[in-house]
Design a protein around this ligand. Structure first.
Ligand code: FES
Length: 263
């Protein structure tokens, strides 16, 4: 059968034959990610209103130092700098998101238009991929994953502690507040995002040539793959909810919102 050779023409920056509003998701990502970055930075520097009763904001968890029952140390040991406790821990979840395969594809388009979109002309002629400096550093993602898995355990414990309310004598009783549910949803969404990570899929079995005959690995691989299919949705939902969890705890602590006690 005769085959026709189609010559591809290099387009100029931003040039495309696409007729859809291809730039809308990029603008949406730019606005949402910029807003999140601005809010998270502001909240991390506040060093106040990060707890309310049994609730601890995920931006400050684990609370390494603080005058709080949630804190590991009431007084900072010499090796811990005297800065907002959020600044001690936020580099880990921030690094995890920044190097995430999904977010990379999103913010490369949204923040520096490289590429601006699929089938849209790029701003340069060469393509180095992520094999050269500085983008080769994105490979640290797998190490941030280990930290993120640890954070999931810590945030799960925080959510559980959010169900234990102290009475006037300091004795704790099980109860359910709206904040308990907010922190629980937070850890569920973060788990959906973290456990669907591409690096985790590689770790649990993706690096093997054959998964047959390895039933545990196969099951783990299937579970991670299942979450991975919705990775984009988990990424956005968990991003929104972790910020909302901080807002919830902050506004309750400031007396602007009242925590609804369900049980
Ligand atoms: S690829 Fe997105 S969290 Fe690892």
């Amino acid at each position: 059968m005769a085959q026709e050779v189609v010559q591809l023409t290099r387009r100029k920056f931003g040039e495309t034959v696409r007729r859809d509003a291809w730039w809308v998701p990029q603008i949406g990502a730019l606005v949402v990610l910029s807003s999140f970055l601005a809010y998270a930075t502001w909240a991390a520097f506040q060093n106040a209103h990060y707890e309310f009763g049994p609730y601890l904001s995920p931006f400050y968890s684990p609370l390494i130092v603080g005058n709080s029952p949630h804190a590991w140390f009431q007084k900072a040991p010499w090796f811990i700098p005297a800065i907002s406790p959020a600044l001690l821990i936020l580099p880990f979840p921030a690094g995890f998101r920044f190097t995430c395969y999904y977010y990379r594809g999103t913010y490369y388009k949204a923040f520096w238009a490289d590429p601006p979109g699929c089938a849209v002309g790029e701003p340069r002629k060469s393509y180095l991929g992520e094999k050269s400096f500085p983008l080769i550093l994105q490979n640290v993602h797998r190490y941030f994953l280990y930290a993120a898995l640890l954070f999931l355990i810590i945030l799960g414990l925080d959510a559980w502690r959010g169900y234990w309310f102290a009475d006037a004598s300091g004795v704790k009783h099980f109860g359910i507040g709206l904040g308990s549910l907010v922190l629980t949803v937070n850890v569920i969404l973060l788990s959906g995002y973290t456990l669907g990570c591409h690096s985790l899929r590689h770790l649990v079995g993706g690096y093997l040539d054959r998964l047959s005959g390895r039933p545990v690995r196969k099951k783990a691989y299937d579970c991670v793959s299942c979450l991975n299919r919705g990775h984009m949705n988990w990424a956005w939902a968990s991003l929104f909810w972790v910020a909302f969890s901080d807002v919830y705890v902050r506004l309750c602590s400031m007396g602007i919102w009242t925590d609804l006690r369900i049980l």
